[in-house]
Design a protein around this ligand. Sequence first.
Ligand code: MG
Length: 296
Amino acid sequence: MNKETPETILVVDDTESNLDMILAILKDYDVIASTSGEDALATVREEPVDLVLLDILMPGTDGFEVCRRLKASPETRDIPIIFITAKNDEETIEAAYDLGGTDYVTKPFRPKELLARVKVQLNLQRVIRELDFLATRDSLTGIYNRRKFFEIAEQMYAGASDDLYALMVDIDHFKQVNDRHGHHAGDKTLKTITATIAGLLPEDALFGRMGGEEFAVLLKGTDRLKAAEVASLLRRKVAETLIDIGEVSPISCTISSGIAGKQEDIVSLDHLLRQADMALYMAKKGGRNKSIFRDT
Ligand SMILES: [Mg+2]
């Protein structure tokens, strides 16, 4: 998405002279050349690719088959594909679009046309990614919004044994921040605390804003002790964090959290989060600035 980094385009054609020509046209991009369908499929599995230029007629796995396989896999189905071929009969063009191809260029190519079509697809792809980012992030804090959190959490839950732990986290006395210092300070507090938490969580943890001053974390591949350690680390570090709200002195806040693990009696993700929520309620009731386990 960074404008500085050139996009990666995979070009697949069994004729080397075609590859050379396309490489020259796409000199400003990061291009990976491939001379067979099998090789192209292997490349896409290993490297992030923004666009595929795909010859249809190739020995072995032809372009249509490569397209079919890319579209069948969730990891690769959103990569746009521009077919390149000498065939320009209606059936071929129809099949190319039916299989999920986004565009079609006929050989011999006109360099400017090819480049223009490539640019259109890459721009579209960038816009889609930006929209996807906006649709999945909480606009204030930049972490996952509730909807995206649940979407990923359901997958994590389905794939986990009893090594999955949920933390419900809530900022203590957040209302007072807004009441005393105004909503700008409240926003700053939410941003600072989420940044602190995000910086402390393991890389594979899931972190989302549930609403207001409440957040949820899913930790995988962990156990009761480690989950408790994470909760306590977050609590300590948040309490130490000074929040600059544009007044003479910075403020600080504490958090409370409730922890629950995916044990045998937990029947769903909602159930797990409800258990963590109950523990959070106990932490609040018990005086705040605490993390408490939901014991079942
Ligand atoms: Mg060919």
